[in-house]
Design a protein around this ligand. Structure first.
Ligand code: FAD
Length: 482
């Protein structure tokens, strides 16, 4: 008998002893093991087998150790499932620079007991400010327009978000197999197993979660790589820098060029804060940029945003900059037999709206809710997707509509942005809708998932990063029940 089968049998017996014992359900009451009673147990064992198959913890393989994979692992492990994460990286750590944690994503981190740590490692962001080359403010989006007391976003280095989730996963004893480049999966009579490059396949699992990002190998459809990508760098931020400090700042030349900076807090092991600096660049122009003198590019940036000089002076070599490509794609069927896609593996978009990691966290939560409900695995997965599908659909469309307003070569897109949307967004209710869109709350995704916004006042209090696991575990349990 395989260890998995022995485990199942043990759980089955344990369940019967605790729930079907003569004399009631009190686990401490003595059990009368007479032969008729044993027959009764045997009968009930058969009768409950199908039900228990659903109730026992599942064995789950997660492909990908990004925000989606790590959050899903934490949530599923706490539900009693046995989870293994496989990632291609040899040493844990994400590539890239900064991202925004929106109120939607922070709701999930809060339920995980990680909101305080996220804020402690990131930077509080009160809004987004976008200014055209002419000096005209064309995007003014404060979180306060949401009308939620004390609400804010968090700018954070990708590594800090990763460390927060990864450390929690290690604390909970979740197995993370590095150096496993997933190539696909096989469905066998015993479950689904992952296949790897130059390695034997994994054992069979009850469920495989694809959290391997937008380049997922489980979907061979064209990836929809966008025309524009961006150069990113994480640079030291000084108190004397000429920036607001709590704002995501952007400058535009029509929609062809965009430069910006996002405060991203202080990484673990470092003593001073950083800012993420970015410059949008067409994919086709990257080769030319890589050949041209760095100073020529700096002059181009300075012409658009003179204040960026302090940051540019901290870029000494091209190696400090990473070119990121983006893709806009949505997997039509995120559920297959014993398999589900979450995060960017399900849907990805340009980061203009700053939603990707937040959507990934919401998907992970949706998956955990789905697994807690439903009778069969198939039903659980379909529930998980149904609770997320509308929000995903909505944001994929909004991202498709809005991205060209900031990254395109047409003249009419930025004209709409500057002459129609900018004035509109200054008045209610457009100002509130804009804040909802930015916060990830458009379409009310939290209520559907039984999540609530964090208590921002308490979070911003100095002692908030000591939120205990006990508190978060009970929050998690009550959210799962609701
Ligand atoms: C420059 C940039 C800026 C962004 N800014 C924001 C922002 O402000 N806010 C926001 O919310 N989102 C932002 N995003 C998007 C966000 O980073 C993603 O949406 C988010 O990381 C998706 O999480 P994920 O876990 O689904 O995928 P990923 O973070 O891509 O993680 C996938 C994981 O899978 C692993 N993997 C991939 N292929 C394999 C394989 N074959 N085998 C094994 N492992 C594999 C990878 O190593 C990685 O660890 C930005 C993205 C970029 C590139």
């Amino acid at each position: 008998m395989s260890p998995k089968a022995v485990g199942r049998l043990a759980q089955l017996v344990e369940h019967l002893v605790y729930t079907e014992r003569v004399g009631g359900s009190n686990p401490s009451s003595p059990t009368a093991f007479s032969p008729p009673i044993l027959w009764q147990y045997a009968w009930r064992l058969c009768a409950h087998a199908a039900k228990l198959r659903v109730m026992t913890g599942l064995s789950i393989a997660i492909a990908g150790c990004g925000p989606a994979g790590l959050a899903a692992a934490l949530l599923l492990e706490r539900q009693g499932h046995s989870v293994v994460i496989y990632d291609q990286f040899d040493n844990p750590g994400p590539v890239g620079s900064g991202l925004m944690i929106q109120p939607s994503g922070l709701a999930v981190l809060d339920a995980l007991g990680l909101a305080g740590q996220t804020l402690a490692r990131g930077a509080r962001i009160d809004g987004l400010e976008g200014i055209e080359e002419t000096g005209k403010v064309v995007l003014h989006a404060p979180y306060s327009a949401l009308g939620v007391s004390g609400v804010f976003g968090i700018g954070i280095h990708r590594a800090s978000l990763f460390d927060t989730l990864y450390d929690a996963a290690r604390t909970h004893g979740i197995t993370i197999e590095t150096g496993h480049a997933v190539t696909g999966s096989d469905l066998t009579s015993a479950g689904r197993r992952l296949t790897f490059a130059a390695r034997a396949p994994s054992p069979e699992f009850d469920l495989v979660v694809d959290a391997s990002g937008w380049q997922t190998l489980f979907d061979d459809a064209p990836k929809g790589v966008l025309e524009f990508g961006a150069l990113w760098a994480s640079l030291p931020a000084e108190p004397s820098d000429p920036f607001a400090g709590n704002v995501l700042e952007q400058r535009y030349r029509r929609a062809e060029q965009m430069v910006g900076m996002l405060p991203i807090g202080t990484r673990k092991g470092q003593s001073s804060p950083e800012a993420a600096f970015f410059w949008s660049l067409r994919r086709d122009d990257y080769a030319a940029w890589a050949q041209a003198p760095l100073d020529a590019w700096k002059d181009e940036v300075l012409a658009l945003w003179p204040d960026a000089r302090v940051l540019l002076d901290r870029i000494e070599s091209r190696e400090q900059l990473t070119f990121a490509r983006y893709a806009h794609r949505t997997l039509k069927h995120p559920v297959a037999d014993r398999m589900i896609a979450i995060g960017d593996a399900w849907h990805s978009a340009s980061p203009q709206l700053g939603q990707g990691a937040n959507m990934a966290l919401l998907d992970a939560w949706g998956l955990s809710r789905g697994l807690a409900e439903g009778r069969t695995l198939d039903e659980k997965l379909r529930l998980a997707v149904s609770w997320r599908r509308d929000h995903v659909w909505l944001y994929q469309w909004v991202a498709k509509l809005f991205t060209p307003l900031y990254q395109s070569q047409t003249r009419w897109h930025p004209a709409i942005r500057d002459h129609l949307l900018a004035p509109l967004s200054k008045t209610w209710p457009t100002s509130k809708i804009q804040a909802q869109l930015m916060s990830g709350l458009f379409g009310f995704p939290l209520a559907t998932l039984g999540l609530a916004l964090p208590d921002y006042e308490a979070l911003a209090a100095p002692e908030s990063d000591t939120v205990s696991d006990t508190v978060s575990a009970s929050a998690l349990a009550s959210a799962s029940r609701s």
